[in-house]
Ligand binder design. Sequence first.
Ligand code: NI
Length: 275
Amino acid sequence: MSESKAVKERALELLRSGLDFVDTHCHIDGEEYEDDRAAMLERARAAGISALITMGTDLETSRRAASLAAHETMVYAAAGYHPEGIDHVPADDELQAIAALTKEEKVIAIGEIGLDYYWEKDEAVRRIQREAFIRQLRLARELDLPVCIHDREAHGNTFELWKREGKGVRGVLHCYSGSVELAREFVKLGCYIGIDGPLTYKNAAKLPEVAAGIDGSRLLLETDSPYLTPVPYRGKRNEPTYVPLIAAKCAEIRGESLEVFAARARANTRELYGI
Ligand code: NI
């Protein structure tokens, strides 16, 4: 058998592991899944994904996420204003609209919120991002809900704001891309660390060190679908179905069995999100 064929067969085997997984961060409300959303969810279920959390990025996508959660048993939602493309600090009524969505039973977090300095180079807009982040951390504290944090090339400011404004807030740093040292600092402040498909890439850089080097009780699994598809499906659209592939890589790097690792990741999800 060729190497690539063996890799694909191993992947298919993992998608039939019979273990219980949650995709703690994805975006399934968009047009990427318009034609096959029901089939995609069915595939995920067959791969052991018992639940997924689809993230809002603004009011419209948060409403769509909430609506999906209301109609699909396995779907939960988060609501919030994402830093990418933000052009003003959310006003009180805009924050109240997010708060109102969280009154729905399956809207369980404020997200996706945070800082993105990779796409945003303008210091004035970065200031808007920071203010929006602060206001949503405060909202999460008021509502007693966990937050899902996006941090792209803004590690210093994200850490500083989480330390200052995140007191008493539970949260996860999603799709973590920093160093293991910084991850440990976030963990000390009560944060979870979300691991995605890039862990399976040859150029995963610092990520294997992070997966191996932080307390296992703080790791969460996520796909960030439709982006960041894990190997061997890299290049195709991502979907929650592939969580076991990320889990298997993580377990391998940590020198743990998939069963033990998956059970702990599942428990961590319950701990943070209550699902
Ligand atoms: Ni995301």
